[in-house]
Design a protein around this ligand. Sequence first.
Ligand SMILES: Nc1ncnc2c1ncn2[C@@H]1O[C@H](COP(=O)(O)OP(=O)(O)OP(=O)(O)O)[C@@H](O)[C@H]1O
Length: 321
Amino acid sequence: MKADLEASLPSGPEDLAIQCRDVGRSYGKMKVLNNLNLTVPQGQIYGLLGPSGCGKTTLLKCIVGTLKISRGHISVLGKPPAFPGHHVPGRMVGYMPQELALYSEFTISDTLTFFGRIHGLTSKETKARTDFLIDFLDLPQKHSLVRNLSGGQKRRVSLGAALLQNPELLILDEPTVGVDPVLRAKIWQHLVEIVKTGKVSVIITTHYIEEARQANMVGLMRNGRLLAEGTPDAVMKMHNAATLEHAFLRLCETSDQLGSKRGDSPEGGPLENSQSFESRPDESLPILAVGPGTPEELPKYSADWKVRARHVMPNGETSPP
Ligand SMILES: Nc1ncnc2c1ncn2[C@@H]1O[C@H](COP(=O)(O)OP(=O)(O)OP(=O)(O)O)[C@@H](O)[C@H]1O
């Protein structure tokens, strides 16, 4: 299995779309990202999973360059975010934020034209992309005002704006929330298609864990650091699980057991407490992939994971130990 994993890993930094090393970010005194390491290979879909509040959105904002990191290093398409002249943020990246960033007085067409202009598309290119995206994302007619759209329709316009200029990197924060299953499958199918060219990479967060099976790599975050990173199959194999959901529950249980052996309280402390937990350097490496991690080398985490992991299970299901 180690060989499988190694075969799926990039061979050098030039093959990487995103590389985060020992990344830290705090809001005031609260540490949100803590010695976080993450690697997104070029031409792949990376599913970033984790319970609510673990820091996914914060990490994506740091990657796109709208938030500064407090510590560590991030490289996006070869340079740090917000590097002068690098167009990150800018036309190299399509970013769909979690919170909507649309002008309510614009129509759908105005919105996409606006983003097209920002990214230097010609009117003809913008029109062709607008027609494609309205059809693909099942949007109402293009002269509809954004303020009259439903929440789900607004999110799809926002996704359209991210896809508009065919960027090299897509950073999508929960693009499938409020989207019906048929369209959700279509969106994933589209992502799978566009990465096949090898020129587009995607990092995507989702609360529907099983849809991330279609990603080439998944990373599981908890309390501001990455617990595991690898192909979905490798993550499932390593935890002897038939689904990603069960793999992640097992990972949580193992973390809990290690935590309780260490004498942590069974339910752990509140998120804020565990986020201020100081890690040793070796604790920052994900369990799978780039690092030498094995189950025996599981880092010691505090014990609130299982409670929080349940938060990300569809239908609120939990699995038996
Ligand atoms: N601007 C901010 N100021 C202070 N705290 C913040 C700010 N933004 C986020 N936080 C806190 O940082 C933590 C991580 O938030 P973040 O939005 O990154 O989590 P998330 O994993 O994306 O959650 P979700 O899955 O619910 O979107 C949370 O405790 C949140 O309350």
